[in-house]
Design a protein around this ligand. Structure first.
Ligand SMILES: Nc1ncnc2c1ncn2[C@@H]1O[C@H](COP(=O)(O)OP(=O)(O)O)[C@@H](O)[C@H]1O
Ligand SMILES: [Mg+2]
Length: 235
């Protein structure tokens, strides 16, 4: 579904992604794990068109989308849930969700997707008239996910959805990610919480200072001594 070939991304002189290649098959949950500053968000932003790679290709469903405008990439079927949620604080839950569908025209399908999002996140329905800035961190994460789903993506990019959430909520969020995947949405999940990410993923990549240093099935990586020491607290 997605094939990234040897991309290089820079911030000025800083070489943030160094020849990164990665594949995602339709239907998978793939996780990208790595420490703070490794380049995880940079990779997601490059896929979603917020950053332009200097070289390399990003082939999504047979089309090279590298360097294309973000709204064209959303239209093609990729949406991103950004790090830190980034909900519009002064707008209601419902208005934030409507914005997620802003490139779409079919009112009936949009209505159906509102229902689907409210089924996944009953909390959001209860709070649909509430200003988003007054939601808890977990609820804002749900809203950011719901907003991305309102674009009806075939590939969903999630940037550290568990960040700053209490353990019980982290479990809920990961359960919902699995549910979203079961309804046919392919997922690229970026996480520092390697343990949780590997527990739901099919395959994983490990990134260190802008380079992919390991990849394999989630089970293989969970059992690798090197990965256990560096990312799983040595257990
Ligand atoms: N806007 C920016 N300008 C300059 N350097 C940046 C910018 N954003 C990120 N970087 C640098 O790029 C590297 C990768 O950052 P990032 O992709 O945010 O890492 P991660 O998401 O894995 O924590 C880091 O060294 C970071 O300091
Ligand atoms: Mg990041």
């Amino acid at each position: 579904m997605l094939k990234i070939n040897d991309i290089n991304v820079y911030y000025g002189n800083i070489h943030a992604l160094k020849g990164v290649s990665l594949d995602i098959n339709q239907g998978e949950i793939v996780t990208l794990i790595g420490a703070n500053g490794a380049g995880k968000s940079t990779l997601l932003k490059t896929i979603s068109g917020l950053l332009k790679p200097k070289t390399g290709e990003i082939i999504f469903e047979n089309v090279n989308v590298a360097g294309k405008l973000p709204q064209l990439i959303v239209k093609r079927g990729i949406s991103q849930v950004p790090e830190g949620r980034r909900v519009f604080a002064n707008m209601t839950v419902e208005e934030n969700l409507e914005l997620g569908a802003y490139l779409r025209k079919d009112k009936k399908e949009i209505r159906e997707d509102f229902d689907k999002v409210y089924q996944l996140f009953p909390r959001l329905e209860e709070r649909r008239k509430q200003l988003s800035g007054t939601l808890s961190g977990g609820e804002q994460q749900m809203l950011a996910m719901g907003r991305a789903l309102m674009a009806r993506p075939r590939l969903l990019l999630l940037d550290e959805p568990s960040m700053g959430l209490a353990p019980l909520l982290v479990k809920t969020i990961f359960r919902i990610i699995e549910e979203i995947n079961k309804t046919g949405t392919t997922i690229l999940l970026v996480e520092q919480n390697a343990h949780m990410a590997l527990s739901i993923a099919d395959r994983a990549y490990v990134i260190e200072t802008g380079k992919i240093v390991a990849d394999g099935s989630a089970a293989e990586l969970s059992n690798s001594d090197q990965i256990r020491k560096a990312y799983l607290g040595g257990h």
